[in-house]
Design a protein around this ligand. Structure first.
Ligand code: 5GP
Ligand code: ZN
Length: 137
């Protein structure tokens, strides 16, 4: 039985939806993304349902990070990736579409088609400082 019957990743964990599992441990399962950004794109999820970065326990977050590191090493060793992006989207405004925490592990290759989603340009130094002060509060 999936922990959350409305959650597709809980259904994957329960074996009710097919997936290609590439890594597992006590706290996490990792499987291939069905819409890969690059070859080898995988998702790491906690076994325990948590909707996002703000809800996941620190222990599960640490376990997901360690699983992501294992997959990053495999992407380098087995797929010939020369870089890796770890991506987490938290909240609809941040493009989260599946509300069971997941970390994307995206192998990167020279001249692959992925682009930064923003064009970096210098910000106003006073505003950067003010935002930093607000964050610290
Ligand atoms: P998000 O947009 O929430 O950061 O990422 C959700 C990811 O889950 C997407 O990259 C999407 O391709 C992937 N995804 C959605 N449904 C399924 C599914 O049924 N199986 C697998 N393996 N991946 C899925
Ligand atoms: Zn879930």
């Amino acid at each position: 039985m999936p922990a959350d019957p409305d959650c597709i990743f809980c259904k994957i964990l329960a074996g009710e939806l097919p997936s290609t599992i590439v890594d597992e441990d006590e706290r996490t399962v990792s499987f291939m993304d069905i819409n890969p950004g690059t070859r080898g794109h995988a998702l790491v999820i906690p076994r325990e349902h948590a909707k996002d970065l703000l809800e996941i326990s620190p222990e599960d977050l640490a376990a997901c990070s360690q699983a992501a590191q294992r997959l990053a090493r495999k992407a380098s060793e087995n797929l010939g990736a020369t870089g890796v992006n770890l991506v987490n989207s938290c909240g609809a405004a941040a493009w989260q579409t599946v509300f069971h925490f997941h970390m994307h592990v995206i192998p990167r290759y020279e001249n692959d088609p992925l682009q930064l989603p923003w064009i970096p340009k210098p910000g106003d130094p006073d505003e950067i400082k003010a935002a930093g002060e607000d964050l610290k509060r």
